[in-house]
Design a protein around this ligand. Structure first.
Ligand code: SF4
Length: 692
């Protein structure tokens, strides 16, 4: 296939999936924003610099296999795939089917996510597949499914936010993580809930600054005020919901004064927040990772949904609840079967009818389809253990930096017989691998992604990939055939895989069966569900829940929730709370953005934000290196003294590797429902490095 001069496509990074136009010039690839309604001509620094990634000097040039001397050496694709296939089979022969495991990513296209799930369940016959979205959106997904009967990040188009009077951003720093979204938030008054005075909080009409780990107490208090102060929409609650009484019972004792004691947020601000939401004619509550990445993340999101339901917001045109999905294909990545507990179409892997449907689609015996496997953190904890996998394939993820308690993850990866990483740069995880497979990247391949509003988008190929690189689809085909699968079962063309995916999704929660490349290429805006219909084309569903919620009775559910403390307890030895997050110029584990010179220059090293009083108590100064220690381990970061920080809290971005990795200190304490780890709160101590 020849190079193409110009394509309309989407940014390779976050879930906003800003529209871009890429052009090949003599000087290299040039990007400019398209008129896609989500970004409306805007891009953030990451989007503007994305073409730099295509020619990063760090690009992996050949498959690599680790020799007996411990060195990674270049070899042919045939040789590398043979090593992988032989290693997988050896592990399974000796330890059973689940000895081979697969770990995917929320940045993989829909086609890759689908084929990865099929590869794990059909070619390997293993239960052990999960993906890094478990660390990202899983709590909101679990809470959304429980409340509404289905989970789609935003059940309305992003552009609806621009008509709102009030938007509450609970744990979402969109001014740094998704800057073009701020265009849609100029009209509404913003209520921001964040322990830090983030870039977004600085633009808020009202900033609630709770202690880390107390969001659930805070939202129980907001529900309490909504009911007691007469803001509850009783007509809506009666006609469109169920379960209010039980939820109210749990909120009843959260008097505002008690909430202030627990969270540090003044009663007047709590009351003001509820009043603003209730009195705005059009209001939205949006959650992000700040309230979701906790060992009680699902309950916390349920608390915010309960508040939204009490105020009568979800399923009303111009109001609602939504989750701001983070990763580029965080939405599509959770719909097509790379989650431990799900099959394509966002179906449950334990549902007999779903299993039969997918087995028929894949042409396999339903009895051969494995059941649910371990969630990401549990999967990592089990690697190389007696009952755990001995071989792991990683696609589109860098868990050495992004997983909690990351030193433990490194130890488990080292205990494997075979670690295989498919990536286009030598990520920290690839550097530990036995086999590294150099794959194509975003502007070198075709495919689709689904953005945070459930809109299916085409990613398009601008240029031919370097001769050494293969697409993930080709890698899966090459491995599957070596494992004895017929080649046609694992197509290498994105369009072919999408045809299979849409058919498999038919009748599921995320129904793509009415969506085709032809429709997308003609410019149609298609949000799922978009079923195939007998006459004409289904228009897609940009707004969900306007007439019904997806439970059988059509009602949304209040979910009763109780506040509980975080996993760590602050002690004399570990007196501070550490919370982790993102900065404007880095994305996720930083494996890509740390390789873009302009982005790296803006934030070249790990830092820790500290209140001046906290810094003084710890004996650290601005600009000095400090050690932050938790019960798991310690990390080193440069001190930034920041007067707006809470005195009990320090903040670290998580994009950096090695000694400065924030995830060296985070606990792998899991939410009981979503299995989300507690990234957002860890008990720590701060020490001057020179004092150690
Ligand atoms: Fe890319 Fe997200 Fe930035 Fe848009 S906001 S340019 S999708 S990183």
């Amino acid at each position: 296939m020849p190079d193409i001069r110009t394509v309309t496509t989407h940014c390779p990074y976050c879930a906003l999936q800003c529209g871009t136009i890429l052009t090949r010039e003599r000087t290299g690839v040039v990007v400019r924003p398209s008129d896609f309604p989500v970004n409306q001509g805007g891009l953030c620094q990451k989007g503007w610099t994305a073409p730099t990634l295509l020619d990063t000097p760090d690009r992996l040039k050949h498959p690599l296999v680790r020799g007996n001397d411990g060195e990674l050496r270049a070899c042919s694709w045939d040789a590398a795939l043979n090593v992988v296939a032989i290693g997988l089979r050896a592990a399974q022969r000796e330890h059973g089917a689940d000895a081979a495991a697969v770990f995917g990513g929320g940045g993989l296209t829909n086609e890759k996510a689908y084929l990865l799930g099929k590869f794990a369940r059909v070619a390997l016959g293993t239960r052990q597949i999960d993906y890094n979205g478990r660390f990202c959106m899983s709590s909101a997904a679990a809470a959304g499914s429980a409340a509404f009967g289905l989970d789609r990040g935003l059940p309305f188009p992003v552009t609806d936010l621009g008509r709102a009077d009030v938007v509450m951003l609970a744990g979402a720093n969109v001014a740094e993580t998704m800057p073009p979204l701020m265009q849609h938030l100029t009209r509404p008054s913003l209520i921001v809930l964040d322990p830090r005075v983030s870039a977004t909080a600085q633009r808020a009409a009202l900033h609630l600054q709770p202690a880390p780990g107390t969001d659930l107490a805070l939202v129980l208090g907001l529900l309490h005020i909504a009911v007691v102060d007469g803001f509850c929409d009783t007509g809506y609650v009666r006609s469109r919901t169920s379960g209010f009484d039980e939820a109210w019972k749990r909120a009843m004792t959260w008097w505002p004064e008690r909430v202030e004691r627990e969270t540090g947020v003044p009663v007047a601000d709590l009351r003001a927040a509820v009043r603003m939401l209730a009195e705005g004619e059009r209001a939205y509550i949006l959650t992000g990772r700040g309230v979701e990445q906790h060992s009680k993340g699902t309950d916390t999101v349920s608390g915010f949904i309960n508040l939204a339901l009490a105020l009568g917001l979800p399923g009303i045109d111009g109001s609602g609840y939504g989750c701001l999905t983070g990763q580029g294909n965080g939405q599509g990545g959770r719909e097509h079967g790379q989650k431990a507990d799900q099959l394509p179409g966002y179906r449950s892997i334990t549902d007999p009818a779903a299993r039969q449907h997918i087995a028929d689609q894949w042409g396999v015996d339903v009895a051969s389809l494995p059941g649910p496997g371990r969630s990401a953190a549990e999967l990592f904890a089990s690697l190389g253990q007696e009952d755990g996998p001995r071989a792991l394939l990683v696609f589109g993820s860098n868990p050495v930096v992004s997983a909690p308690d990351s030193q433990h993850v490194v130890e488990r990866l080292r205990a494997l017989d075979l670690l295989v990483v498919a990536d286009f740069v030598p990520s920290e995880t690839a550097q530990l691998a036995d086999v590294v497979l150099p794959v194509t990247q975003w502007a070198e391949e075709e495919g689709t992604v689904t953005n945070l509003e459930g809109r299916v988008l085409r990613r398009r190929r601008l240029r031919v990939p370097p001769s050494h690189a293969r697409s993930d689809l080709e890698v899966l085909h090459g491995l599957a055939t070596r494992l004895g699968q017929p080649g046609h079962r694992f197509p290498t063309g994105a369009r072919e895989v999408f045809e299979e995916l849409r058919s498999a999704s038919r009748g599921g929660i995320a129904d793509y069966s009415g969506i085709s490349y032809t429709r997308l290429d003609s410019g149609e805006a298609l949000h799922w569900p978009c079923p195939r219909i007998s006459r004409g084309h289904h228009p897609g569903t940009p707004r969900l829940f306007l007439d019904w919620f997806a439970h059988t009775d059509g009602r949304a559910r209040f979910v009763p929730v109780e506040h509980r403390p975080p996993h760590d307890a602050a002690t004399h030895h570990l007196p501070l709370w550490a919370t982790t997050g993102r900065v404007l110029t880095q994305y996720q584990s930083g494996a890509q953005t740390r390789r873009v010179p302009d982005l790296h220059a803006a934030n070249p090293e790990p830092f820790v934000e500290v209140h001046p009083d906290t810094a003084e108590r710890a004996g650290v100064r601005d600009g000095q290196l400090a050690r932050v220690t938790s019960a798991r381990g310690s990390t080193i970061a440069r001190v930034r003294v920041e007067p707006s920080m809470r005195t009990d809290t320090v903040f670290l971005p998580f994009h950096f590797p090695a000694d400065g990795s924030a995830n060296l200190i985070t606990p792998a304490a899991l939410d009981p429902r979503s299995r989300m780890p507690e990234f957002k709160v860890a008990a720590v101590r701060l020490d001057a490095l020179s004092a150690l």
